[in-house]
Design a protein around this ligand. Structure first.
Ligand code: AKG
Ligand code: FE2
Length: 370
């Protein structure tokens, strides 16, 4: 169990969690400035990870101006013609990066024929000589940046800052799980982390509509750092009921992904979430903090000294390669990747194990195109 802040420490200036519909708002400045409230902050994060797997953070150290700038370049890009956007279509040049068109409708039950979003997906921008790119690994290689003023500069800056933030959170998760310092960070040198710029289109649906726009799914990586400009995202509470994830000024949403659920042996919850269609135009920018492709993830056993709040959904997690799990999930989500498998056009893809899914007992649904 974590050490609690010693009794002679005053907590009067620490901003304790506010509860908002079971998703706490946690001031993480103690993690950034190393203050005496550090342990209290870890306790709050641990509780949220064991319950819904979702929490909001404030005072997280990313330049607030960047969100406005990101919004401006994203809007400018999505306002371009379909012809322009398709010049950057995902899958070109052997990279899982680029424009995900609106017309790629989902097949899954709760999303089929209802999907009203387009996206621009990107990950680490590496030279064409990168050996993993040369081998055909779609998560590595050059990004084809849209010719939109300030797009490259702004997105690159945000990617860097949100990546730094992901390292701070990773260190916190290591401490909570009793791992040696740097245990997970040392497996994040060349991560398959992705940033998505998602644009949900304005449409006729009403604000009280409960139709699904993005189908229910878990995230496939370690954890996700999400900025959204409007509500619409929902997750499940401890009773399995859908609850709204609030959008509040100057906060970001964090949710646990599949790899952190495995590493924590099911103590942390990679929870289902979905986006409902409320008719409003909406932008969201999730950053999926991930690991190096070949990282093998298996439960890190820490002596449990307290009763678990939530019963893990599976008591045995088989070791899983982080990159293969991600590849398996995005292959289910993206039609162009499934076509590549059928056409056998990429030998790298053919050599990956795509048959094992420790999450088969969950209702994971595609989050991309179909
Ligand atoms: O748009 C959102 O709020 C969430 C998006 C999401 O869950 C995802 O892309 O995995
Ligand atoms: Fe998600």
């Amino acid at each position: 169990m974590l050490n609690v802040v010693s009794s002679n420490t005053t907590l009067s200036s620490y901003h304790f969690t506010q509860t908002s519909n079971e998703i706490p708002i946690i001031d993480i400045s103690p993690l950034i400035n190393g203050s005496v409230y550090h342990n209290q902050c870890l306790i709050e994060i641990e509780k949220a990870c064991r319950e819904t797997g979702f929490f909001a953070i404030k005072n997280f150290g990313v330049d607030p101006k960047l969100y406005q700038q990101l919004m401006t370049v994203a809007k400018t890009f999505f306002n371009q013609s379909e012809k322009f956007k398709r010049r950057y279509q995902i899958g070109l040049n052997g990279r899982h990066c680029g424009y995900v068109p609106l017309t790629e409708n989902g097949l899954c039950e709760d999303e089929a024929n209802k999907r009203l979003y387009e996206a621009f997906d990107l990950s680490l921008d590496l030279p064409a000589s990168d050996p993993d790119h040369q081998r055909g690994n779609i998560f590595y290689g050059p990004v084809k940046w849209p010719e939109i003023k300030n797009f490259h500069l702004t997105v690159k800056q945000y990617f860097q800052q949100v990546r730094n933030l992901s390292h701070i959170l990773t260190t916190a998760f290591e401490k909570i799980l009793g791992m040696p310092d740097g245990f997970m960070l040392s497996k994040m040198h060349k991560p398959t982390s992705q940033l998505r710029l998602i644009h949900y289109l304005q449409n006729q649906a009403h604000l009280d509509n409960v139709d699904i726009n993005m189908g229910a799914h878990t995230d496939y990586e370690l954890f996700t750092i999400l900025f959204a400009d409007k509500t619409g995202l929902q997750t499940q509470n401890l009773n399995g009921e859908w609850i709204d994830v609030p959008v509040m000024p100057d906060t970001l949403t964090i949710n646990i992904g599949d790899m952190l659920e495995v590493w924590s042996d099911g103590i942390f919850k990679s929870n289902l979430h979905r986006v409902i269609n409320q008719g409003q135009e909406r932008y969201s920018f999730p950053y999926f903090a991930s690991l190096d492709y070949d990282t093998v993830v298996s439960p890190f056993k820490k002596k449990q000294t307290e009763k678990q709040i939530r019963v893990p959904r599976s008591t045995t997690y088989q070791p899983i390669k982080a990159g293969e799990h991600l590849l398996q999930q995005v292959t289910r989500d993206f039609a162009y990747l499934r076509r590549q498998f059928v056409e056998r056009s990429n030998s790298f893809l053919l050599n990956q194990r795509l048959d094992i899914n420790p999450f088969q007992n969950t209702v994971t649904q595609p989050r991309g195109e179909q």
